[in-house]
Design a binder for this molecule. Structure first.
Ligand code: AMP
Length: 465
């Protein structure tokens, strides 16, 4: 199934092609037809599944069916709990809507409201907002919601956790009852059901099933490290351990680019793969990652879903994912086909709650390791001394835990010396480009979006707002 099969308008198809998307994700496959059919929707899915495009593309399609009037009014309102998410959603509307002529803007607190008011005065079709700033600007008379045809509540569970229920009710009371409402939530506790009952009418329900079981033969370790020390720790690990095929995960595209830059600055061979990269670049990078001289691959979650590579030795969670299921997806990239694998997680103090949630999901504590270069305290040295060998040395499949003869301990592969040995005459990045002979598509061998199921419900509901 392609985006064209979903009958999206041509300007949108052009935009997704530019983004490098080849196939819709499961949430997109499930959601887009319902949204195009003007149906209310309750989606259980987390960030990283392609959820934004699942609502943004059909919203742009629907709004694009009628040309905007001379004095534009807000026709679609997207509410998000945090400014980061709001900015990310607005960025997606910019990319997906670039050929549509529709206008959008984003408003959130913590920054001056002047540019936001200016953008609103110029007229927008789509408004992305956090609840607090939206209410503020509504009260000042800069935002009018009487023309809203489509309302989206993204990360509804987080909105409730953050105490946004009253602001949401107040905002919704200003929107016409005759509207389409889409609600997405990573979890479906009772409170979310109640909110859905109040806001949605006869919604289709869709779900991307969360994963919960990690592979058996993965050794997990966590480094408790401040965010600002993560890049130095990663460099040290790569330079002092044997990590033959390493995949590093960051939460954002920007984060992935930043890590690659820092590794390259130390002479390490690294490449990034994320939604901001062109498809041919992704293919080239994947091809080189499969080669005998792979780069350290730094990826965002969605970009990694289609990776079908058996011999990934190490996963590094440079950022702890804020959805525990994402951790399971990430480490599912290693220890394939009976091989063993190692997963390192770098946990800043602010990420501890996310780490705990992961440990609860996988039902095992993740042992802590100390940074090899940090001055060891008596307690930490003892801990390191009891670590299994696999914590520092990758064992390819079938060796029963014994170090392979061809990969002596502490045989770093990504150093300039190593790169020079394998690519004496060329810059590693250019060498990778030149060696690409048969491009590999994301998910060439198996569906990258396989863990899913779809439920449609036709319960009659009444709006209470
Ligand atoms: P989201 O879950 O909406 O935050 O999306 C996470 C990432 O997935 C973003 O970087 C998108 O660019 C990317 N993405 C969304 N849809 C697709 C797709 N069909 N194929 C590849 N990447 C996608």
């Amino acid at each position: 199934m392609t985006f064209a099969d979903l009958r999206l308008a041509e300007p949108l198809l052009r935009a997704v092609t530019t983004e490098g998307y080849t196939v819709p994700t499961p949430i997109q496959l499930q959601a887009i037809p319902h949204v195009l059919a003007a149906r209310d929707l309750l989606g259980c899915a987390q960030t990283g599944t392609g959820k934004t495009a699942a609502f943004a593309l059909p919203i742009l399609h629907r709004l694009g069916q009628s040309p905007p009037p001379a004095n534009r009014k807000i026709r679609a309102l997207i509410l998000a709990p945090t400014r980061e998410l709001a900015a990310q959603i607005a960025d997606s509307f910019y990319h997906y809507g670039r050929h549509t002529g529709l206008r959008h803007t984003v408003i959130f607190g913590g920054v001056s409201d002047r540019p936001q008011i200016k953008a609103l005065r110029n007229g927008v079709d789509i408004l992305v907002a956090t609840p607090g700033r939206l209410l503020d600007l509504m009260q000042q008379g800069f935002v009018h919601l009487k023309g809203v045809e489509i309302l989206v509540l993204d990360e509804a569970d987080r909105m409730l956790d953050m105490g946004f229920i009253v602001p949401i009710r107040r905002i919704v009371s200003h929107i016409p009852a005759e509207r389409q409402t889409l609600m997405f939530s990573a979890t479906m506790p009772r409170e979310i059901r109640h909110l859905a009952d109040a806001l949605l009418t006869n919604p289709a329900e869709i779900q991307v099933a969360p994963a919960s079981a990690p592979a058996d033969n993965v050794d997990h370790f966590v480094y408790h490290v401040a965010k600002c020390d993560k890049s130095a720790l990663l460099r040290r690990l790569l330079q002092t351990s044997s990590m033959p095929r390493t995949l590093v995960f960051t939460r954002t595209k920007h984060g992935a680019d930043h890590v690659v830059k820092s590794l390259r600055a130390s002479g390490l061979y690294a490449e990034a793969i994320h939604g901001g990269k062109k498809q041919n670049t992704r293919q080239r990078v994947l091809q080189s990652f499969k080669s005998d001289n792979p780069p350290i691959l730094v990826a965002t979650d969605v970009a990694s879903r289609g990776l079908d590579i058996d011999d990934i030795s190490h996963i590094v969670n440079y950022d702890i994912p804020n959805e525990p299921e994402t951790y399971v997806h990430r480490i599912g990239r290693t220890a394939r086909a009976g091989a063993s694998g190692i997963a390192f997680s770098f946990c800043d103090p602010v990420e501890r709650a996310d780490l705990k949630a992961i440990e609860r999901l996988i039902r095992q504590p993740i042992p802590a390791r100390t940074d090899p270069s940090a001055r060891p305290s008596p307690q930490t040295s003892e801990k390191s001394a009891t670590l299994p060998r696999s914590a520092v040395q990758f064992h390819p499949r079938g060796n029963n835990g014994h170090a392979p003869q061809h990969a002596p301990q502490h045989a770093p592969r990504h150093t300039p010396q190593h790169a020079a040995k394998h690519a004496p005459a060329r810059h590693p990045v250019r060498q990778a480009a030149a060696s690409t002979t048969s491009p590999t598509h994301l998910g060439q061998h198996r569906s990258p979006w396989s863990k899913q199921h779809h439920r449609a419900s036709a319960k009659g509901k009444h709006r209470r707002f």
